[in-house]
Design a protein around this ligand. Structure first.
Ligand code: URA
Length: 460
């Protein structure tokens, strides 16, 4: 039966339930469009998106849309990998660098993680931009090479190939121009089609909530988490979502190289084979990063059968840092993915020395009290405007731009105490972010409540 795009659009517009065949037909036609078969046109695809935005999708429709998008191009064939294939995905945050620790940790414990990551989006950072600050690091890997690296090391970290989930590329760009980005149904299909195209047995989702998240309210984040869990499970992938706080940058740094530095220094600190120690204060500032890393990795290890409970999984995750195996794995992955291993190794051996911003400035407290909070989205934008992010797609990002937090919410603060250090490769880029940070950091006399980092765990 021929599927006509106009019928699909009208059915969704009128609140009818779309059949699997209608959804499949629409997405296939969208990807295969050519001069002879020009429909759906961009206008029809945009009308479809708006109809979905307004009417929503039921669980079966969402599963069908995700399935059609997932198989709209090539997929990663994980079947030659022996072992449980797992990944995690974050909906995006500030200073959110858990992927750099989690992938080598779960691989060290025996799982396989073919991690496909994204670039910075809006006020949030991107794992690929961080990794590319390692000298010679390649994030564009053909799928066969990715498979070979996962087989050898247990994980690889790369970007989406042009042929993987092409339907998302087309729809995402249209959503960006048609006011249809913020639909939980369209976000679910977009994220889950790409993750499921990795051929996963298990997936752990870090769904952020709070001022630095795309979904700022708990109820919106919870709905998104529920839809993603349901969609993953319907596709046969064991899926768990953690609702986690994004009220302040995660850990000590936010930026590009500085986030690699933070993770590498933590791995070095915990590795018994490496003679390097972080101060108590620096460890304290990274405590939330470590807590979230072990919570997420704990769930991955539990799903993969390596731990009886997620809590046991979190303990196992800590061990993978403490015996040095996660760090060894990380170095091996970089050796295979960097075109200039000697330069990469030198940078990773002394990450603080490799951090060479041209300009820096220290933001000091103007009064004493407690760090009460901030608009974390504004902090994220300040980091991007220091040079860490892009003004438009395709722009280069600065390796050494970023911020270092010297305090966390709830800390006692003395007048003139350093709160944040700003780093940039261009001194002219310091002024606006400094003003943005000054405006948003709240120091008050009352000690605030400390919010829980992991708010909820959602399973089917
Ligand atoms: N990330 C994605 O990949 N897709 C969305 O729709 C939102 C965030």
């Amino acid at each position: 039966m021929t599927i006509h795009p106009i019928d699909v659009i009208q059915h969704k517009r009128d609140g009818l339930v779309l059949s699997d065949a209608e959804i499949e037909g629409f997405i296939q036609a969208l990807v295969k469009r050519d001069a002879e078969h020009p429909t759906p046109t961009d206008a029809q695809a945009a009308a479809f998106l708006m109809a979905v935005f307004v009417r929503g999708l039921n669980a079966q429709e969402l599963a069908a849309l995700t399935h059609a998008m997932r198989f709209s191009g090539e997929v990663f064939d994980s079947s030659p990998l022996q072992g449980f294939v797992v990944d995690k995905h974050s909906t995006g945050g500030v200073g959110d660098k858990t992927s750099l620790l989690i992938a080598p940790i779960v691989a060290a414990a025996g799982l396989k993680d073919p991690m496909i990551s994204g670039r910075s989006l809006g006020h949030t950072g991107g794992t690929l931009d961080k990794l590319e600050t390692i000298p010679g690091f390649r994030t564009q890997l053909p799928l066969e090479e990715m498979l070979a690296i996962v087989r050898k090391v247990g994980f690889a970290m790369a970007g989406q190939t042009p042929k993987l989930v092409p339907a998302d590329r087309i729809l995402y760009e249209l959503r960006d121009h048609t006011g249809t980005v913020e639909s939980p149904y369209l976000i679910t299909a977009s994220i889950m089609s790409k993750k499921l195209a990795e051929g996963l047995n298990g997936l752990v989702l870090d769904v952020k909530t709070g001022s630095g998240a795309f979904m700022q309210r708990d109820e919106d984040a919870r709905l998104l988490a529920r839809l993603m869990v349901e969609t993953g499970e319907l596709a046969g992938t064991k899926t768990v979502a953690l609702l986690t706080a994004m009220d302040q940058p995660l850990g000590r740094f936010a930026g590009n190289w500085v986030e690699v530095q933070e993770c590498v220094e933590l791995m070095q600190h915990f590795s018994p084979q490496i003679d390097f120690t972080l101060s108590e204060e620096k460890l304290r500032l990274s405590a939330d990063l470590l807590e979230l890393t072990h919570a997420l990795a704990g769930h991955m290890l539990h799903l993969g059968g390596k731990a009886a409970t997620p809590e046991d999984g979190a303990d196992l995750s800590e061990w993978m840092l403490l015996d040095g195996s996660a760090y060894r794995n990380f170095l091996e992955m970089v050796e295979l993915q960097s075109d200039s291993w000697e330069a990469a190794r030198a940078a990773l051996e002394r990450p603080a020395e490799f951090h060479r911003p041209a300009a820096m400035r220290v933001l000091e407290a103007q009064s004493g009290g407690y760090l009460a909070g901030m608009d974390c989205r504004q902090v994220g934008w300040a980091v991007q405007r220091l040079g860490a992010g892009r003004a438009k797609p395709g722009d280069p990002v600065s390796a050494h731009a970023g911020i270092e937090m010297h305090v966390k919410i709830g800390d006692r603060i003395e007048k003139r105490q350093p709160l944040i250090t700003l780093y940039s490769e261009d001194p002219d880029l310091l002024h606006e972010p400094e003003a943005m940070l000054r405006e948003t950091i709240r120091v008050e006399q009352e000690m605030p409540d400390r919010a829980k980092l992991v708010r909820e765990v959602l399973r089917r």
